[in-house]
Write a protein that binds this ligand. Structure first.
Ligand code: PLP
Length: 397
């Protein structure tokens, strides 16, 4: 029903097959409204933000700041708590260098989990090599739930950095419970929301984490835009890690006075065109309703699980988590072969370690096939996937 909003489905065919796009966890497709607004931006509003006192620059600035307030409302926080970044990875690296680097010392503990994406592991590993803090990983159970988080909190970590939704197992972590537990021992909570915001209600007042980051391109928005939320009281105390134009109040030969947050963190010309257009992605989501998206994806996910389970030798990982991410393997067939053969029918899935090698080794596999769903998928996509998988299985017999 929503497929018609996304021109890619009418514009691309391969081997005579329509596109079945099942890789939305990597990036989502873009609705016509977002594509048109980007074109319109360059045709009607393009001027650098903040700098000009002429109409065009003022309009462009207005659109950029409108997105900030749209995002803030969407997350139920205030605009001053929203910093634009390039994406989730950029946001986590910002937190690591602007916040954690000054907070941590040798011997401290940073707590991660075994289900983290490399974006929420590697920046910590790089910094820990410089500072000498320790990193522990909360293990996961077979069904993809966190195990013994409470025990790990007894070791008094300074920081817990955790994904909201796993990009492989689709597990949803209970962030408001986790924030509550962590804050009791003075531990800062950073949440990677990359796989959550496009299909579930995220109210940051309720979640009460200290930082929350995500990428616009996974929620029908343009590439190169990320959102970093930080609590006002934390952001206002942080020093910028990048200096440059527009983030200052004044500069002399000896000193610099920064603007208030969030502006002090946005040095130089920002990706203002894409940021401006991101508000249209939020409009698109809100017009459908985030709860409607959630339940649509849940239903489709249940349907996919039911159908996939009929395939001989197929095993689903994290089966009970209905967040639109279905990872599986099939006895005796390598995930890369599965993805390559599905591609022959223009079915796009992802195969590999999904930037989660620690998770893969804890599951005892080296790679999986992942099919991830969005609002533009429907039962016919699942039927095509399942019938192609059936053929692949009989081919390998
Ligand atoms: N975190 C999770 C859970 C992800 O799934 C991804 C991307 O797939 C990322 C972080 C990284 O996002 P980006 O590449 O947009 O920075």
């Amino acid at each position: 029903m929503y497929k018609k909003d996304f021109p890619i489905f009418t514009n691309t065919k391969f081997n005579g097959f329509d596109l079945v796009y099942l890789d939305s966890a990597a990036t989502s497709q873009k609705p016509q409204i977002v594509i048109s607004k980007l074109k319109e931006f360059y045709e009607k509003y393009n001027a650098n933000i903040y700098r000009g006192i002429y109409k065009l620059s003022e309009e462009s600035t207005e659109l950029y700041e409108k997105t900030r307030s749209r995002v803030a409302d969407f997350l139920n926080v205030s605009s001053s708590e929203i910093v634009f970044t390039k994406g989730t990875t950029d946001g986590i690296n910002f937190i690591v260098y602007a916040y954690a680097k000054n907070k941590l010392k040798k011997g401290d503990l940073v707590l991660l989990t075994e289900m983290e994406h490399h974006s929420n592991i590697v920046p910590w590993q790089i910094l820990s090599k410089n500072i000498g803090f320790n990193i522990e990983y909360v293990p996961i159970s077979k069904d993809g739930k966190l195990k013994d988080l409470d025990k790990f909190l007894e070791f008094k970590p300074k920081i817990l950095s955790i994904t909201h939704v796993s990009n492989v197992l689709g597990s949803v972590n209970d962030i408001s419970y986790i924030s509550n537990m962590a804050h009791k021992i003075g531990c800062t909570v950073i949440v990677d929301g990359a796989q959550a915001v496009s299909h579930m209600k995220v109210d940051l007042k309720l979640l009460d984490c200290d930082f929350y980051v995500f990428s616009a391109h996974k929620m029908f928005g343009p590439t190169g835009v990320g959102i970093l939320y930080g609590k006002n009281e934390i952001l206002s105390e942080l020093e910028p890690i990048f200096g440059g134009g527009e983030m200052i109040s004044s500069v002399t030969k000896d000193d610099v006075v920064f603007k208030d947050s969030p502006f002090k963190f946005e040095a130089g010309t920002q990706n203002f065109a894409d940021v401006s257009v991101f508000s249209n992605s939020i409009d698109y989501i809100e017009n459908i309703g985030i709860n409607n998206i959630s339940s649509y994806i849940k239903d489709l996910h249940s349907y996919a699980v039911k159908k996939l389970k009929g395939i001989k030798g197929l095993r689903i990982y994290g089966e009970g988590n209905l967040s639109g991410i279905v990872s599986f393997d099939i006895n005796g067939i390598h995930p890369h072969d599965i993805a390559t053969l599905l591609n022959e029918n223009n079915i796009a899935v992802r195969a590999g370690h999904h930037c989660a090698q620690i998770l893969m080794s804890s599951l005892g596999v080296s790679s999986l096939t992942r099919c991830s769903l969005q609002i533009y998928n429907d039962k016919s996509d699942i039927d095509k996937l399942v019938s192609s998988l059936d053929k692949i299985v009989s081919y390998f017999k």
